[in-house]
Write a protein that binds this ligand. Structure first.
Ligand SMILES: N[C@@H](CCC(=O)N[C@@H](CS)C(=O)NCC(=O)O)C(=O)O
Length: 199
């Protein structure tokens, strides 16, 4: 049994979008929980098993998995035949894992560093580089392609697009990246989750 702990309009929306894209929502129980919000609203939910009361969290037969990158990789392993899954053995599995790790280990710290105005610290730059470096990687990956992986759309696109769905102003000003972002966001599964989250 798989339970997904979700709070609408939060980082867990990325996982909700992946579940929708994979067509596996009937096989996964989604539990809506509250979380503490940046504006002071919400609060920890006693029903949320995440050790820090964050979302997302996924309980798989009683085993708890947190972190979007890990959850997205795991969903492809648990549902290898689902649409958009990139399971072990798939030709794009390596690049898929690379983008998930790049997001968690580099892209999100870069974006948060920019927002918190610490991103010009030399330690930050030598560790994460900067937003133009991230834009260059996205542009290189998208050369001649609609999505980040050679074989097409995947949850890597959802994760890399996710901070810009939260704040469009953070998106690098690049026609190639902007077109990719609009393409990802226009997908019916993404739009369905946005509509449901806002309902
Ligand atoms: N690295 C985690 C981040 C999870 C995270 O920060 N979630 C936020 C929601 S946007 C949260 O639950 N915050 C509640 C809190 O800070 O108590 C991931 O990507 O899954």
């Amino acid at each position: 049994m798989i339970t997904f702990f979700h709070s609408p309009n939060s980082r867990s929306s990325t996982v909700a979008m992946a579940i929708e894209e994979m067509g596996i929502s009937a096989e996964i129980e989604t539990k809506i929980v509250t979380v503490s919000r940046q504006d002071g609203s919400g609060g920890p939910d006693a029903d949320n098993p995440h050790p820090e009361h964050k979302v997302p969290a996924l309980a798989v037969d009683g085993v708890l998995v947190t972190e979007r990158a890990a959850i997205l990789a795991l969903l492809s392993e648990l549902y290898p035949d689902a649409p958009t899954a990139i399971p072990p053995g798939h030709p794009d599995r390596g690049p898929f894992l690379m983008w998930l790790a790049y997001y968690a280990g580099v892209a999100e710290p870069l974006i948060m560093g920019m927002v918190c105005e610490v991103a010009d610290n030399p330690v930050w730059v030598t560790t994460y580089r900067d937003m133009p470096a991230m834009a260059a990687r996205l542009e290189a990956a998208l050369e001649g392609r609609d999505y980040l992986l050679e074989t097409g759309f995947s949850a890597a696109d959802l994760l890399m697009a996710s901070p810009f769905q939260w704040n469009r102003d953070w998106l690098p000003k690049s026609p190639v990246i902007e077109a990719w972002f609009e393409r990802v966001t226009a997908r019916p599964a993404v739009q369905a989750v946005i509509a449901r989250d806002n309902a």
